[in-house]
Design a protein around this ligand. Structure first.
Ligand SMILES: C[S@@+](CC[C@H](N)C(=O)[O-])C[C@H]1O[C@@H](n2cnc3c(N)ncnc32)[C@H](O)[C@@H]1O
Length: 243
């Protein structure tokens, strides 16, 4: 995926850390609601560190991603956080945290086996009595085909605008498709247009709850029903590791 590879230095012009205050507050509240006193947090698929730039005020954050370019970008806004290269399906840090958080990056688990592996990684890093929080963009129930657009102007003269088009060509499988048309402008260069294609996972709520219990979490709960136009309303799955 080019957005997390050669285009990673542009990611904060696609989606900016300052836009994440409200949703990060929702995640903080869900975490401390399930694990009062939580202090340490591991994020899997932490990307540009947008949520972390807010969550780090409340937790000591360890940020993990499969993309070295995205970790490098996150370090620019979160130099005070530990960054670790790793695949959320397999990474093992050999220590546990009060909370493990997986935000929209969990969408890159496109099969049930991949999702189970990711939830297993989260469980392995959650201390007994700690909490796992998982916030996919969509569940099977909340998905609808849509287009959205956005972008930002940077202080360095670069600008980005994008159109994001989500479709589900085969409702019988566990994935949907996302096409991005991205326009990049930078001083001294002609504008460039880039196409990026992502395949993302789509699972019914009951699959999430079943898999969370299967990997060892107890009493998983789905919070909220997604309004696709409101980034603070996605279905959030909260589950505790037995203490
Ligand atoms: C949309 S970005 C996450 C942004 C993040 N929520 C934030 O607050 O900045 C998705 C991230 O998932 C990462 N990713 C995709 N597959 C992964 C995997 N198997 N393991 C770890 N990270 C992965 C990508 O490298 C990318 O950085």
């Amino acid at each position: 995926m080019r957005l997390y590879g050669d285009l990673a230095p542009w990611f904060h012009l696609l989606t900016a850390p300052e836009d994440y205050a409200a949703e990060a507050e929702r995640y903080r509240s869900l975490i401390v609601g399930a694990a009062p006193g939580a202090r340490t947090l591991l994020e899997l698929g932490s990307g540009g560190g947008n949520n972390a730039s807010h969550l780090k005020r409340h937790f000591s954050c360890t940020l993990s991603d499969i993309s070295p370019q995205m970790l490098a970008l996150s370090r620019t806004v979160n130099p005070d956080c530990e960054h670790v290269l790793g695949d959320m399906r397999t990474v093992r840090l050999g220590r546990t945290f009060d909370a493990v958080f997986v935000h929209d990056a969990v969408a890159y688990m496109a099969t049930e086996n991949e999702l189970r592996d990711c939830l297993g990684t989260a469980y392995a890093h959650t201390r007994p009595g700690g909490v796992g929080l998982f916030v996919p963009d969509y569940t099977r129930e909340t998905f609808r085909s849509r287009t959205s657009h956005g972008g930002h102007d940077g202080a360095d003269g670069r600008s980005l605008r994008y159109l994001e088009w989500s479709t589900d060509p085969d409702p019988a499988d566990t994935a949907y498709e996302v096409d991005y048309a991205v326009v990049l402008r930078e001083p001294g260069h002609d504008p460039r247009v880039v196409h990026d294609h992502h395949r993302e996972g789509l699972f019914p709520e009951h699959t999430w709850l079943y898999l969370l219990e299967q990997v060892g979490f107890e009493s998983p709960v789905a919070h909220g029903r997604a309004d696709p136009d409101d980034d603070t309303s996605q279905t959030a799955f909260v589950a505790r590791r037995p203490g």
